[in-house]
Design a protein around this ligand. Structure first.
Ligand code: ATP
Ligand code: MG
Length: 571
């Protein structure tokens, strides 16, 4: 019998290990066949590309297997949180192409329930108020091989604990003067079981609950229970939470009692995304913004989603990159070159081709009539057969890149030099005849003659010359600003440099601004904000929101040269 032929597009993609665990649970009929994940950002900063990895997993697996994904703001620390961040986070998730529907939640919605649960644990003798400072508590933690020391306040009566906890919340005590701790086991092998802190006093008003609360739950006392309240079935997070998992389950079991046998959200951990030549810590990113070392959260050099958006990155390219690096159980440092490779691949398919001259010098075609203008038809995108063409005016005076001319050129220089021919892209073959210099010897103009027989459709159209140059008509072009971005940091792994302040590792050449860029009129007319283009022979660029009708600003998304793909071929 003949083997059935499965076309490659129908081949089932292999599930990653997290998706496989979820699929196994569904197949086993756990949670009544229900799948509900959540993405739990703390609104204390803007989302970065690391968060995108978590978002693609949380929303992606739900989408893939017919489940739902909640957006829950983990707003348990009023000192650092704000609605500005909340709004930005929602916008960025939508930009990536995901939606939480009506499943928008806030940990602060559960403050009442969490407080009641804490009171219950106190009554059951499972929690106590500790009057020590956090430093003293840390000192008594012990080490993984040595048990900790019990707090002198550990055996307070239930009545005293209830009274103190209530008064903590009433604002009677200073911040840092008391905490509520779970009474578990100061000798546990798992450090997180050594009487973890459940509540601390914070007097800063909360952006949602105002001054209703003076005690706020710690992550470990809020997260698992919030998952439980929402009916989350799979709580997918990053590897640093592996040692927290037993405590996560401990609190859920205490909360749910016997019913935890039927339903307890399952925590699954995967490796974080870390990128070379940048930092991913929100604290450090905030510092860069606050100290003006970058232009804001959406500075195109930042690894934030709003920064990448402004830089011209596409959601699809980011998703493809995340797919490429995959989900594992081992920490890794991901090559930013692979991200750049993905953005090139995506923009190559979708970005319209246009002409812009970044560093212009005038090229005069001495045998071309002064008053003549021809309209050349330029391909919009050779990668897309039906992308069509657009008109581009050609005249006697053009701009070309200064680098494309050399007076005394080496043999292998296939661009313009006296006595040699090049093709002007989409137009004629020209022969260089000379140049003009100013008093300092700077080249102010290059001259050439054209061969009228070499335009498309003419007998000499297919005549081959080695070089092809891009150009714009001097009379028709528009002057624009271009911002050339490079990597934010000068070293591969700034987080690993423990001896130096990370700010000293910033790349001093990460931004260069060009003010006299000449762009073809078609580009000037079609440059809407976030519009993406390939500047022929140079790279991918997008329109910056700083643009005004009379002054266009472009950001370089990425150059054309793909060193990552080249390395892979070699390797
Ligand atoms: P912090 O908690 O220190 O403020 P965070 O980066 O963990 O910073 P959260 O807002 O708590 O920020 O993150 C929300 C979710 O995103 C968490 O589930 C977290 O595991 C995930 N996440 C954060 N950074 C990364 C990363 N680099 N790679 C993958 N997932 C990440
Ligand atoms: Mg976190």
């Amino acid at each position: 019998m003949e083997e059935p032929i499965i076309p490659p597009s129908e081949e089932k993609k292999q599930l990653n290990f997290v998706q496989q665990l979820v699929a196994d649970d569904l197949a086993a009929g756990k949670n009544g066949g229900r799948l509900n994940t959540r993405f739990p950002p703390e609104p204390n900063g803007y989302l970065h590309i690391g968060h995108a990895k978590a978002i693609c997993m949380d929303f992606g697996v739900a989408e893939m297997m017919g489940g739902t994904c909640n957006l829950r703001f983990d707003d348990t620390n009023p000192q650092k949180e704000d609605t500005e961040y909340e709004q930005a986070i929602m916008r960025d998730i939508h930009w990536l192409g995901f939606d939480w529907g009506d499943r928008l939640y806030y940990a602060s919605d559960y403050f009442g329930k969490l407080y009641d649960f804490a009171v219950r644990l106190i009554k059951e003798g499972k929690a106590y108020v500790d009057d020590q400072t956090s430093e003293q508590i840390a000192e008594q933690k012990g080490t993984p091989t040595q048990p900790g020391t019990e707090s002198p306040f550990r055996n307070r009566s239930v009545e005293e604990n209830l009274d103190l906890f209530e008064r903590m919340n009433a604002g009677e005590f200073d911040e840092g003067s008391r905490v509520l701790r779970a009474k578990i086991d100061m000798a546990s092998d798992n450090m997180h079981f050594r009487d973890p802190i459940m509540y601390r006093i914070i007097k800063t008003p909360h952006w949602r609950t105002g001054d209703k609360w003076k005690v706020y739950p710690m992550y470990d006392f809020a997260h698992g229970q919030s998952d439980y309240f929402e009916g989350v079935t799979h709580s997918i997070c990053t590897l640093e939470f592996v040692p927290h998992r037993p405590l996560y389950e401990y609190f859920v079991r205490e909360l749910a009692g016997d019913t935890a046998e039927q339903y307890c959200p399952r925590q699954i951990e995967f490796n974080r995304l870390n990128l070379t030549y940048t930092v991913m810590s929100k604290r450090k990113l905030l510092q860069l913004v606050k100290e003006g070392l970058v232009a804001g959260w959406d500075d195109p050099r930042m690894p934030t989603l709003c920064g990448l958006r402004r830089r011209g990155y596409t959601p699809q390219a980011i998703k493809n990159f995340i797919e490429d690096i995959g989900y594992t159980k081992y920490e890794a440092l991901n090559d930013i070159g692979l991200l750049e490779h993905n953005i090139r691949e995506d923009l190559n398919k979708h970005a319209g081709r246009v002409s812009a001259v970044l560093n212009p010098v005038k090229l005069v075609i001495t045998n071309y009539p002064d008053d003549k203008v021809e309209t050349m038809e330029m391909d919009n995108n050779p990668e897309q057969p039906d992308a069509g063409r657009h008109p581009m005016p050609f005249a006697r005076e053009l701009y070309i890149e200064r680098d494309d001319f050399m007076e005394d050129a080496p043999k292998k220089f296939f661009r313009l030099t006296p006595g040699k021919e090049v093709r002007l892209k989409g137009a004629y073959i020209v022969m260089c005849t000379g140049c003009t210099k100013d008093a300092e010897g700077n080249i102010t103009e290059v001259q050439c003659t054209y061969d009228p027989d070499t335009l498309s459709g003419m007998p000499g159209a297919n005549r081959k010359v080695k070089g092809t140059l891009h150009w714009v008509s001097a009379r028709h072009c528009v002057t624009a600003e271009v911002r050339l971005y490079d990597r934010l940091f000068a070293v591969e792994n700034p987080a690993a440099e423990k001896e130096v302040d990370f700010r000293e590792l910033l790349n001093p050449d990460s931004l260069r601004v060009l003010h006299d860029v000449k762009i073809e009129p078609f580009l000037a007319e079609n440059a809407h904000v976030e519009g993406k283009f390939q500047f022929q022979r140079i790279g991918y660029f997008c329109v910056d929101p700083d643009s005004t009708p009379g002054h266009l600003v472009f950001n370089r998304t990425i150059g054309l040269k793909d060193s990552w793909a080249k390395e892979q071929k070699k390797g």
